[in-house]
Ligand binder design. Sequence first.
Ligand code: PHE
Length: 347
Amino acid sequence: MPEGQTIIEQLEQIQQSALRALEMVQDEAALQEWRVAHLGRHSSVMQIFSHLSEVPKEERPRIGQRANQVKQALEAALEARAKQLKRLALERSLTSERLDVTLPGRQPVRGRLHPTTQTLRKIYSIFADMGFQIYRSRDVETDEYNFELLNIPAYHPARDMWDTFHTTRPGVILRTHTSPGQIHAMREFAPEPVRVILPGMCYRYEQISARSEIQFNQVEVLAVGRKITFSDMKGTLNDFARRMFGAQARTRLRPSYFPFTEPSAEMDVECFVCGGKGCQICKGSGWLEIMGCGMVHPIVLQNGGYDPRQYSGFAAGMGPERITLLLHRIEDIRYFWANDVRFLTQF
Ligand code: PHE
């Protein structure tokens, strides 16, 4: 160990070079390196502490005290530099990442219900108010339920009304309408009265165009009981139309044909675009066709498990996409499946 005086000089140098090195430090990583180099276990000051025992006894207090001062000076310098660096970093980020707090915020995009879903829910709530329950029925049907039990035997010309998707299993098809649900519901409830709506997806093997899709919703209405009349049907569907299209909505029934209803009718609502004067939407007629309906055919009642001499009922079927189309004057049904947000966010 060198002389006491030399050690004091050495300490002086250690302090000066350490402080000079500290001035060069520009970031947190370099600061940590500096700490290890100048205050760590192998640093020069610490070495002096560990070799203090080799210094002559009378020199020890003076050297020890001086070494302590150097160590404390370096620690203080380190702390000051750390603070300074932090402030510099903050200043830098304040100027480079400048933020304009007066800019208007960006509105987050909100999800919303598909227009068809909105119409469906409205239909549900109107019929719920009238005491109808929702009855879910399957999408994959048998030929028997979709046709036979609805009084549409094989080779019946009325089958041409529904172009069918067949599966690889003979006799298993995708339902072409929600009417097979009538049989399911009747068979479950008979001989109790039934008052249900049957919503669901239907499938038809058709050319996709602005007016027709291969997949669409229907809502079937079915009421069966002991004294249900044609005027019950008329009243119920009229009430539905008023709640759906507005209290002023006028309706009319036109004779029609369905194999599973007798008599059958088509319900029109007065065109709410032109008020009945005739326009493009109603194709000049002043009326919009909104659903097929009729009194449940005796054969269908029987297939459902009711004695047609004691029971009667009415049924109707409507297309929520078509209703939505009319309500919003949408000119192309393909928009419903295109999933284009520019379309969807309008509702
Ligand atoms: N199922 C018929 C269709 O798809 C609609 C309908 C339902 C008609 C109930 C009368 C009674 O066209």
